[in-house]
Design a binder for this molecule. Structure first.
Ligand code: FES
Length: 116
């Protein structure tokens, strides 16, 4: 393994992380609002579109992203764009617009003031 300090290019061009957190104490969480289905759909669409893999897009599971009040949420890096989605058509739009074409879906942006 190289010990060079020269920065390496990002392995993926974009990462989208879906909060899949599930709480067993009855408190609200993204898992209660279709997060797993949204993750599965996003993963399938990215694969179908040929966007998955090195140099492209990676769809990842995450635990609580600490913005539960805005859930269900997903965040896209490197832009750090937060989305609050509702249904499968929202996921379709995030994939087509942002993950495929780099265009933020303004209508789904998580309100800045919403945190935990
Ligand atoms: S439970 Fe999803 S952000 Fe906290």
């Amino acid at each position: 393994m190289s010990t060079s300090s020269i920065p390496t290019p990002g392995y993926f061009s974009r990462h989208i992380f879906f909060c899949l957190n599930e709480r067993d104490n009855g408190q609200d969480c993204c898992a209660q609002h279709g997060a797993q289905a949204a993750f599965d759909r996003c993963k399938a669409l990215v694969k179908e579109a040929g966007l998955a893999g090195p140099g492209q897009v990676r769809v990842n599971k995450a635990g609580c992203l600490d913005r539960c009040a805005a859930g269900p949420v997903a965040v896209v890096y490197p832009e750090g764009t937060w989305y609050s989605y509702v249904d499968s058509s929202d996921i379709d739009e995030i994939v087509e617009s942002h993950l495929k074409n780099g265009k933020v879906v303004e209508r789904l942006l998580t309100p800045a003031e919403l945190g935990r």
